[in-house]
Design a protein around this ligand. Sequence first.
Ligand code: FA5
Length: 344
Amino acid sequence: MQNYSSIKESLQLLEKQVNEQLKEVQTLEILKELYQNTLGKKGKITEILKHLKDLSPEEKKEIGMLANELKDILSQSFKEKQKELEQKQIQEKLSKEFFDILRPLRKRVGRIHPLSQIQYEVEDIFINMGFQIMDGPEVELDEYNFGKLNFTDDHPARDMQDTFWTEEGFLLRTHTSSVQVRAMEILKPPFKIIVPGRVFRYEETDASHENTFYQLEGMMVDKNVSTAHLIYIMKTFLSTFFEKDVTVRLRPGYFPFVEPGFELDIQCLICAGKGCQVCKYSGWVELLPCGLIHPNVLKAGNIDPEKWTGFAFGMGLSRLVMMRHSIEDIRHFLSGNIRFLEQF
Ligand code: FA5
């Protein structure tokens, strides 16, 4: 038979013992077991409280209060221990899962878009010929896209390039020629630049026409620049790019910002000029427009046309990529179709 003080002592002893045991516990399983043995239905506290029946009502009340307090304190200690062990478990798991985020992947993920691949290739060829790369804004002022390029306000040639206008009166550049005068304003002649970039036209799309496509502008300003320089640079570029000797020809072409203006054709690389489906049996493929920079454009760029001359050309980069890879529809490029892109 137990009395008030021995029950109280048992409770105090239990608290001490359990706190000591908690310090030793290393796993959640053992913690659970200790919890059941202490606070569970058949645990030590229930066991001790069985002796309450031998006490007076006041003593019962007091021991009851003490027991509840002890339950609260121990529950709290168990919770803390559980938290500590769970964190330890996570740490252990994480340390085993460690991986080096900077380690190169064995398999390459993603790839360079075919347009960018060819753009970099073309850039390298021109850089080797002493050209520098320039950039310009896609949202442009009328004066750089048209005005300073010798298109008067009512010039019918403005209709050659249907334009997207913003509500504020800006436009989306219709060609990379918009960078010509910007370049002249920044660079002092002599200079040679290329400008790869995205251009926009408000037009119906089909297999060879997009409303968003890529061009590469080229421009050289120096003393006594002539059509011969233009042909030489074009031939050198095309032979390097297609890795074979390329025959070119010039036909007259009209653009307000060049005089004279040309369309440059290459002899068909598929049939060597004999005639085939690709060149529509003409033996020639139309490749890029070009010409000698109009004196008015040089003046607009603060360059004295009496002293300096130059040539410019505008290559359809998207179409060049189509020729290189025999792509039959320009709309594939921006379609985001992974199966198309995975081929390159
Ligand atoms: C021009 O854009 C002139 N700025 C080129 C130029 C530069 C002439 C310097 C003289 C001196 P054109 O509108 O023809 O010209 O376009 C040039 C090239 O862009 C075309 O040969 C063609 O390859 C490509 N191109 C034109 N429109 C489209 C289109 N809708 N979709 C895809 N490519 C196009």
